[in-house]
Design a protein around this ligand. Structure first.
Ligand code: C2E
Ligand code: MG
Ligand code: MG
Ligand code: MG
Length: 289
């Protein structure tokens, strides 16, 4: 019986692997046509200043809606695009689309804010990244100070010498860099000194239990203090409650981003929100009505 069971679970195991790799293959194939078929879009999540409740930026987050598979999470398709090299073309589309959108919002007359795009290691370590970024913002006619790049710690850990060179080039062009998911990666603190970083994005895993977990509270306080002493801005990711927001304000965090203020929004919904900034201002105030 044991033998039979063993064989059954073996069969189950292989068929599971087979169907999983079949999905990866079909997603990889479908991804080839996703951009030309108009299946990709960007959603934008507001980043809010905690001193005055103003929207100071938005993060561009990629969305893929496939006619058959439905909505596919970037957590699933970004690794596939990285593996297959498709991330280079997709990433270029993301940067151009985000830069164009921000240029339009500034032209319309919305208050100055920046747009942040996420970059994969494959993109960041590709030769001529800084040339590509500056050609895109030049083409779109967006001043560099409105364009930000988000990198995770693993990106900078992979090839520090190259990373420093690329960061210096981007900096020279006036483009700001944020470290995404800060605190979860491998970065040694001495890196922060050598990298020209503008902002630390405190990972949402530290924010989640901030009102009940004393260790998370200490970690978040330490990151904010570190940011202050190095002259870096700090932004908390994944802020969902008023309690989390109050803690961050009390401890001097500069900005916050999360469902408490707004989910990532499509262009229409973001523009509607930008026309009514009082919605966000009210949420940031100490006595929300
Ligand atoms: P990330 O850059 O750390 O983005 C934050 C993720 O947290 C987003 O998930 C966002 O929708 C979600 N989020 C925002 N506020 C809250 C909140 O209050 N609570 C919770 N639970 N979640 C919140 P999303 O959009 O699914 O993106 C996942 C990851 O995919 C991103 O993590 C980023 O690493 C990657 N990604 C997204 N777009 C791109 C892109 O254009 N290029 C690359 N290379 N990666 C991307
Ligand atoms: Mg990000
Ligand atoms: Mg993050
Ligand atoms: Mg992430």
């Amino acid at each position: 019986l044991a033998k039979q069971n063993g064989r059954n679970s073996y069969r189950f195991f292989t068929s599971e692997i087979q169907s999983r790799s079949a999905r990866i293959l079909s997603l990889e194939n479908a991804l080839r046509y996703a951009q030309v078929r108009g299946e990709l879009s960007l959603h934008y999540q507001p980043q809010v200043s905690l001193c005055d409740g103003k929207i100071v930026g938005v993060e561009a987050l990629l969305r893929w809606h496939h006619p058959e598979f439905g909505m596919i999470s970037p957590c699933e398709f970004i690794p596939i695009a990285e593996e297959s090299g498709q991330i280079l073309l997709i990433g270029e589309w993301v940067m151009r689309t985000a830069a164009k959108a921000m240029k339009e919002w500034l032209d319309i007359g919305f208050p100055a804010m920046s747009v942040a795009v996420n970059l994969s290691a494959v993109q960041f370590h590709h030769a001529h990244l800084s040339k590509l970024v500056s050609s895109i913002i030049d083409e779109v006619n967006l001043p560099a100070c409105y364009f930000e790049i988000e990198l995770t710690e693993s990106v900078t850990a992979q090839n520090p010498v190259h990373a420093i060179a690329t960061m210096n080039e981007l900096n020279a062009k006036g483009i700001r860099l944020s470290i995404d998911d800060f605190g979860t990666g491998y970065s040694s603190l001495s890196y922060l000194k050598r990298f020209k970083v503008y902002k630390l994005k405190i990972d949402q895993s530290f924010i989640r239990d901030i009102s009940i977990d004393p260790e998370d509270r200490e970690i978040v306080k330490t990151i904010i203090a570190l940011g202050k002493s190095l002259g870096l801005k700090t932004i908390a990711e994944g802020v969902e409650t008023k309690e989390q927001l109050d803690f961050l304000k009390e401890n001097g965090c500069d900005e916050a981003q999360g469902y408490y203020f707004s989910k990532p929004l499509n262009v229409t919904d973001l523009e509607a929100l930008l026309k009514h900034p009082e919605i966000i201002l009210r949420k940031n105030s100490n006595n929300p009505q």
